[in-house]
Design a binder for this molecule. Sequence first.
Ligand SMILES: Nc1ncnc2c1ncn2[C@@H]1O[C@H](COP(=O)(O)OP(=O)(O)OP(=O)(O)O)[C@@H](O)[C@H]1O
Length: 264
Amino acid sequence: MSIFAKVKPQAPLLSVKGLSKRYGTRIGCTDVAFDLWPGEVLGIVGESGSGKSTLLSCLAGHLAPDTGEVVFATASGPRDTLRMTEPERRRLARTDWAFVHQNPRDGLRMGVTAGGNVGERLMAVGARNYGSIRDAATDWLGRVEIDASRIDDRPSAFSGGMQQRLQIARNLVTGPRLVFMDEPTGGLDVSVQARLLDLLRGLVREMGLSAIIVTHDLAVVRLLADRLMVMKSGHVVEQGLTDQVLDDPQHAYTQLLVSSVLQV
Ligand SMILES: Nc1ncnc2c1ncn2[C@@H]1O[C@H](COP(=O)(O)OP(=O)(O)OP(=O)(O)O)[C@@H](O)[C@H]1O
């Protein structure tokens, strides 16, 4: 291990303060605040309707919150992404961020080949050489355990697990600095989930990814997340190191969440 490995970076990658979103009188999420440090994986858990998706959508710029700030460490310094122009935010989403949807159909272009799905993301950030784009696509298909012989197949010919792995390749090929994931293993068979989780864990470690993962599955955060945030009725009720929160939950709701899983 490098002697620098344990030195904390000087600035958070993402710094969120006072983030709130209402739908009319209903609370989506309220007064959310946290820092995400480079290389850190944050899990957001909570029951259905607790505000996880609302929060993730606000963080990723898909939904405008009512109040708050989401400061990202851009290459030219910290910027509040909520105060960026739409083209600026779109550029950031293309170059620095990635978003893995629960349903791969929302994150893939189903009419484009597997190789095209990966390659077009490289082209969007300026790659032009056909040969090296195809090489990178082949390499990434291999990294997500899709046989190179499938490069010219469309995702519609893939299984659900393969589609999700292709979506991950499409998102990671450009080396994003922050990855948002919305229930990345949801909707898959248990054995397929386990394999995908294993793959994701390998990639997260190998690439030193910073990620925010929304899930209702505590096994996913146990394996992937360094830190955990527990939400209930739009509020963050507890946050801390994943093992600490899961092994010694302080809030009654977290205790219930953890014990209900253990009883299954
Ligand atoms: N478009 C919308 N219009 C009105 N209310 C909404 C809308 N989207 C979400 N809500 C409400 O906001 C609250 C938080 O919902 P959200 O979808 O963020 O929760 P969640 O934790 O992601 O749930 P799930 O795990 O079921 O996806 C809920 O009360 C929900 O009914």
